[in-house]
Design a binder for this molecule. Structure first.
Ligand SMILES: *[C@@H]1O[C@H](CO)[C@@H](O)[C@H](O)[C@H]1NC(C)=O
Ligand SMILES: *[C@@H]1O[C@H](CO)[C@@H](O)[C@H](O)[C@H]1NC(C)=O
Ligand SMILES: *[C@@H]1O[C@H](CO)[C@@H](O)[C@H](O)[C@H]1NC(C)=O
Ligand SMILES: *[C@@H]1O[C@H](CO)[C@@H](O)[C@H](O)[C@H]1NC(C)=O
Ligand SMILES: *[C@@H]1O[C@H](CO)[C@@H](O)[C@H](O)[C@H]1NC(C)=O
Ligand SMILES: *[C@@H]1O[C@H](CO)[C@@H](O)[C@H](O)[C@H]1NC(C)=O
Ligand SMILES: *[C@@H]1O[C@H](CO)[C@@H](O)[C@H](O)[C@H]1NC(C)=O
Length: 493
């Protein structure tokens, strides 16, 4: 379940030591420091330069092949996934869309329509973060898609709280280099970043709509989680700016919803420290030592600060930083026999079942995936060199609020990595007027979480969920996203 989040990744392995012997390495901390330094020093220029390209009638448009007929809806139709449960009636499609013909970059998508009345339902794009993690393997197969994988790594079971109950959903493996998405110029993997990810995703949408023309003009929402706290606002900004300049009306963007988003490196780090302490995961002494010795703004960590961070790591012990009260995966799945899984229990090893399933040749064939014979197996997350990342999403989110689209930030409250505290610090920086004060919301006569309606933005928590809200609290997550799509606050009772 490693979903690295630039700084989160480092801190996460630093604090939680899940994937390596339990001692924080100096190089991880140095990497963090380097990252923060480079972010701080380039802050001004990143903010200015980042979206400058959008305002020109751009070069990338002319070099791209918009609307090329390199595929068809019929060819992308998936009759059924190998060993999927019977009795589920909805259309599913999968395949590649070329986003850069010159380099040979193609993105893989999986699209599920709603079983009922799909023509009247909105179109939703789901993006996982990382950067480098798969929206198909994580988003569809562990979180909100119609199927999950049993512990045999062979058979599927139904997710009764799948989001395609309320929308038609595209899961996009992005950027190139993630999952089945690839580039024929492998040097592209060394030059990944926020800007190209937004451009490629935009090209994907334009071309995808040529393949699925019945979705042109349909109400469209962008959703995602974690580092998609960058992807989602950046893509929304790209769409809005392009629309102004190029008069594209095919993409009818109505809103965005981001879960446990990574919005601001400095706030996220500070929130992580506060979250750990307020959730009784480390000592008062260590917390005090971190606060008095670490300068999160400069990212220039003193020796004392390093030592305090290492103490915190030791004090926390071996827990899942993405869901502090969840079990961790101890038993390697190979040793396990099939158990039929349940929506009620989180199986912490489930990502291994997904890895096994998606690497079966017949599964890839059914999905029209890996048609070029990629020389490596499918993985949940890929290591990509990341070249541009603004340190904060504040200006972009402000712009989106001003544009009038619906903006929701939601948050599972058991996550350290992109904590609910981090989202609250970020929202406080926006200085918005409260329209509907903090109140509980309900599903099934239980408090599903809490919600605050601001002028231009809604903040909702999902109680008892970690980083991956629809995985941990599927029923509450579906209730929350249903309200989002309706443009209503989640239910009072
Ligand atoms: C990548 O190269 C393979 C092999 O030449 C080719 O079949 C495929 O169409 C190329 N992909 C793209 C997106 O150009
Ligand atoms: C945009 O497109 C619409 C519909 O095709 C047209 O009526 C309008 O004049 C266009 N606006 C600009 C600025 O080109
Ligand atoms: C932290 O670093 C920033 C930027 O280098 C600096 O302006 C600030 O004064 C520092 N804060 C403390 C408490 O040292
Ligand atoms: C980092 O902090 C040390 C003192 O802890 C100071 O000597 C050094 O100049 C600082 N470096 C930067 C780039 O601010
Ligand atoms: C798996 O099932 C087989 C046959 O039913 C049994 O022999 C074996 O001991 C089981 N293995 C585990 C790890 O439960
Ligand atoms: C693609 O297929 C090849 C076999 O042709 C396989 O070895 C490789 O692991 C697959 N890669 C991915 C990303 O699925
Ligand atoms: C926050 O909003 C209030 C009321 O709109 C305004 O008076 C105040 O100056 C704002 N503060 C900041 C930091 O923007």
């Amino acid at each position: 379940m490693r979903i690295p989040v630039i700084i989160g990744l480092v801190l996460f392995s630093l604090f939680l030591c899940m994937y390596s012997p339990c001692h924080a390495s100096r190089s991880e901390i140095e990497y963090l420091q380097k990252m923060m330094n480079s972010q701080s020093s380039s802050l001004g220029s990143v903010l200015d330069a980042n979206w400058k390209h959008l305002n020109s009638k751009d070069s990338f448009f002319s070099s791209m092949s918009i609307g090329q007929k390199d595929g068809s809806m019929e060819a992308d139709k998936v009759d059924s996934l190998p060993r999927q449960p019977k009795g589920l009636e909805f259309n599913q499609y999968a395949g590649y869309v070329t986003v850069d013909a010159y380099s040979g970059r193609a993105l893989f998508y999986y699209f599920v329509e709603s079983p009922q009345d799909s023509l009247r339902k909105p179109l939703v794009l789901w993006l996982n973060g990382g950067p480098g993690c798969s929206s198909f393997g994580v988003g569809a197969m562990l979180e909100l898609g119609p199927f999950r994988v049993n512990s045999d790594g062979e058979t599927l079971y139904a997710n009764e709280y799948a989001w395609n109950k309320v929308a038609n959903i595209i899961f996009l493996e992005s950027p190139a280099g993630v999952g089945f998405s690839y580039s024929n110029s492998t040097s592209d993997y060394k030059s990944s970043g926020d800007k190209r990810t937004a451009d490629d995703t935009y090209m994907f949408l334009i071309n995808w709509l040529e393949r699925f023309p019945q979705y042109k003009g349909r109400d469209f929402y962008i959703t995602g989680e974690s580092y998609a706290g960058h992807y989602v606002p950046e893509l929304a900004d790209t769409i809005i700016t392009k629309k102004k300049n190029i008069n594209h009306t095919n993409i009818n963007l109505k809103g965005i919803a981001i879960g446990n988003g990574y919005f601001d490196g400095v706030l996220n780090f500070k929130a992580m420290i506060d979250y750990i302490w307020t959730h009784a995961l480390n000592s008062d002494e260590t917390h005090e030592a971190i606060l008095s010795t670490c300068n999160f703004t400069s990212g220039n960590f003193s020796e004392k600060c390093y030592n305090a961070l290492i103490s915190a790591s030791m004090e926390i012990g071996n827990i899942d930083g993405y869901n502090i009260y969840a079990p961790i995966c101890h038993v390697l799945p190979k040793a396990k026999n099939k158990t039929t899984s349940s929506m009620k229990e989180i199986d912490p090893c489930a990502e291994f079942y997904v890895i096994a399933y998606l690497n079966h040749p017949e599964v890839q064939q059914a999905l029209h995936a890996n048609i070029t014979g990629l020389p490596y197996p499918w993985t949940v997350c890929s290591g990509l060199d990341w070249n541009d990342t603004p340190i904060t999403m504040l200006p972009t989110i402000k712009k989106l609020i001003a544009s009038g689209i619906r903006v929701w930030l939601y948050s599972g409250d058991l996550d350290i990595v992109c904590s609910v505290t981090s989202t609250r610090y970020f929202i406080n920086k926006l200085n918005l007027t409260i329209k509907t004060p903090w109140r509980p919301w309900y599903t099934n006569e239980e408090v599903g979480g809490y919600v605050v309606g601001y002028e231009g933005l809604t903040f909702a928590t999902v109680r008892g969920a970690g980083h991956m809200v629809p995985r941990n609290q599927p029923e509450r997550a579906l209730a929350m996203i249903t309200s989002f799509l309706k443009g209503e606050l989640p239910p009072i009772a």
